[in-house]
Design a protein around this ligand. Sequence first.
Ligand code: WTA
Length: 657
Amino acid sequence: MSSQIDHLLNEDRRFAPSAAFAATAVGDADLYARADSDRERFWADQARELLHWHTPFTSVLDWTNPPFAEWFADGELNVAYNCLDRHVEAGNGDRIALLWEGEPGDERRVTYAELTDEVKRVANVLTGLGVGQGDRVAIYLPMIPEAIAAMLAVARVGAIHSVVFGGFSADSLRARIDDAGAKLVITADGGYRKGKVSALKPAVDAALADRNGSGPQETVEHVLVVRRGGNDVEWTEGRDLWWHDVVPAAAAEHEAQAFPAETPLFILYTSGTTGKPKGILHTSGGYLTQAGFTNKVVHDIHPETDVYWCTADIGWITGHTYVTYGPLANGATQVLYEGTPDTPHPGRWWEIVEKYGVTVLYTAPTAIRSFMKIGRTVPQSFDLSSLRLLGSVGEPINPEAWMWYREIIGSDRTPIVDTWWQTETGAIMISALPGVTETKPGSAQVPIPGIAVDVVDEAGEHVGNGNGGLLVITEPWPSMLRGIWGDPDRFVETYWDKFADRGFYFAGDGARLDEDGDVWLLGRVDDVMNVSGHRLSTAEIESALVAHEATAEAAVVGASDETTGQAVVAFVILKQSFLDAHPAEGLATTLRRWVSEQIGPIARPRDIYIVGELPKTRSGKIMRRLLRDVAEGREVGDTTTLADTMVMSTIQAKITT
Ligand code: WTA
């Protein structure tokens, strides 16, 4: 970390927005002034300007029971109406909402009128299945237009969606279905990934398989299945329904009912410091306000002319806020791509940029670094001149990747917005405004208008410019999480207890303020790893490893990795009883596959080291810091607090031989 900080400290390149960009930019410096003079009024103005309220609100923020906030609580709206019908009613029904590209190269263009029609039908199907206000619906779909339609239809009837990333295993899906008590699952037979059909329905079947009386009672009544992969699937009569049978047959008329602004909109599970994923809860009015506002001013969306593309999967928060809700609330036209960046060739993304004339691209540093590795000739063989703004999200972007992104993808011309936020914050919190801020490679820089953050020490004191500390959010914000599903105590403990006397939200990230007071993010300070921009918990992977019959104990660390930011590295102690009866050969491979099956391929350890002991303090706490030293090939740091100071040399001898 210290070499990283030194490196960042020496970064003095600056990029001011061009006069031409600034002249047409949506966001201007005046936004900061307005927000500073009256923060609540500023957000109320945004909510009124950006959204349609069936019942206007009079109350802006209710913070009388912190940390449980209410925004615009006496107002009523319908989220789907805001993303769809009102654009059609305003005469923009023919505008394309989705420029969808399947991995094999098939395409669909979906207008706002068509998407509205589809969502109305799906809403009628949901009502017919008994899904209504407050019910939970799990969505396990590939990146196809139906995924967006499903989310919006759930929102339209006042139900709550829980989107589960298609790369998660049956076990992970089951845990999420159970925690939320989902009544319906919306899935597909399969979708295209890396040149072939990757099945999804079998994971749903496995998740819902007979539990032999173990586990919580089954809450799922129906499974709605989109045909996409064309692969054979098993069918449970009475439970399973084909989307293409029921959706086109449903009535096309559906009037959007208004719901109170604090109506839950979705639950999204994310990794925390313990083994059990947290169901982050977001509600309607405040979330949609900040989603729409940030997409507009940070991504500089001009709905009539821009072709926007956020490459995130809807299984993550970035896909929720910057694929589904933000751009559709703004009436934007966006690209939706089903597949992987390198299928069938390494220039696939740049081919898509050229084909659709993408103007604004929003992606993750891990993708940029993997393109850097392939080399500039691939993107340079496509016409990328339509691009006028680039965005980055999900992990710290190192200055080299930032410069490559700007020079090679952005022709040394486009502004870059490095946006810091979290599943919990719901929307962008720290970012440059592209027409206003002079940008610095590697720094997310400044809170957006209406947001207040600080970098503090352990006591909650501001660290002052030039110093590092912990990132906190000092004032409530419209799209803040409203809780952890079913666990209000964990919500308070995880985010608010640390700085309870000050009322700060603790983000879990380390950060540094430079001499100008700009924020540089330095990565997580807890046991959460960030692999390819995805959050993974060390504890969750450890508990998957020890669930295998061969494993006695396991410790997992995130080791820095040139491409993925961090990589999962596991240290495992095997059971003697297992070794007595089985050969040890191939076990590391078996365990890697096991983790992939238990959680999903994103959690598969890059390396597994079989060791005899783990470094522990006298109180029995595993010293991950030392394991990280080993995993990153560094000299092992201070071992004096270890119960057995010999352990590290034994581990190192084991790994280097
Ligand atoms: C990290 C993704 C540095 C951070 C939107 C945060 C970042 C976690 C940035 C949230 C950024 C996200 N610079 N770090 N621009 N953006 N992070 O919930 O550690 O998947 O706490 O939300 O990603 O990850 P999550």
